[in-house]
Design a binder for this molecule. Structure first.
Ligand SMILES: C[S@@+](CC[C@H](N)C(=O)[O-])C[C@H]1O[C@@H](n2cnc3c(N)ncnc32)[C@H](O)[C@@H]1O
Length: 244
């Protein structure tokens, strides 16, 4: 029997499933102008900077390639490219390919420091169909982006990420249980509105509803025949490492 894949996972309650949504974020809509899109992307960058989270993202990304002298790293869904830049700073021998499926983000990254960095490349790449040969990278990382994809496409990301790289690290928001939602919204909504305005706050709330639980990712990885290790990283993140 085919099992239905939900974002909250096979062990979730009906209240968890009620909180789930497939509503698109402004970031995912074709009818949204590049200006609004990039404002949201840069708002996210600002929030990550203020909260000091890039240091954690860099640590979680580099841990699996710690023993490799010149690691080749692919960032999928890089958006503004700040994680790729931080990886290049922290790992002076790493070769980093920053990529995104959205052309305006790729153009902005090419026009910025990544476009001229001697150890960086910038490419247009869809994480569900990566146009690279098998084993091109030691590691692929997909940060705060997986929830943009529907359950039917997550297996493709896991398969493709572990085909082009030995390991795929997924960093995304931790899916809170339904009873933690009111407290989370009380903290997030005023902070996001004050910092980055309506569009960003809308996408933030929709994102919280779209995050994948560890159980859900385990179910998808098992269906794809892949190994997946997940862990909670306080205060808000899930880190999942997929291998073949
Ligand atoms: C919320 S932003 C995250 C940006 C950045 N990684 C960060 O952590 O701030 C999500 C990004 O995922 C990208 N994205 C969505 N679907 C994608 C796909 N199929 N392949 C690659 N990138 C994708 C979007 O274009 C966007 O840049």
């Amino acid at each position: 029997m085919t099992q239905t894949i939900t974002r909250s996972g096979p062990n979730s309650t009906w209240l968890d499933r009620l909180w789930e949504t497939e509503r698109p974020e402004y970031l995912d809509r074709d009818d949204v102008s590049p200006e609004v899109h990039q404002k949201i992307i840069h708002g996210l960058d600002r929030l990550m900077r203020v909260s000091g989270l890039y240091e954690s993202f860099v640590r979680w990304t580099l841990r699996p390639v710690a023993g490799i002298a010149r690691p080749r790293i692919l960032e999928l869904g890089a958006g503004h490219g700040a994680l790729s830049r931080a990886l290049l700073d922290k790992a002076p021998n790493a070769l980093v390919t920053a990529s995104d499926v959205y052309q305006a983000s790729v153009d902005d990254m090419l026009a910025g420091p990544l476009g001229t960095h001697p150890r960086a490349e910038v490419k247009l790449i869809d994480a569900t169909a990566i146009d690279e040969p098998d084993g091109t990278y030691d590691l692929a990382v997909f940060c705060q982006s997986l929830h943009h994809l529907p359950p039917s496409m997550i297996g493709d990301v896991l398969r493709e990420g572990t085909r082009v790289a030995r390991k795929l690290v997924i960093i995304d928001g931790y899916r809170m249980p339904w009873w933690a939602v009111p407290a989370m919204l009380a903290f997030f909504v005023p902070t996001a509105l004050a910092m980055n305005g309506f569009h960003f706050t809308h996408d933030g709330v929709v994102s919280l509803r779209k995050m994948y639980s560890a159980d859900s990712l385990q179910q998808i990885a098992a269906g794809a025949g892949l190994r997946l290790h997940t862990r909670f990283e306080p205060p808000f993140h899930l880190v999942a490492t997929a291998t073949r």
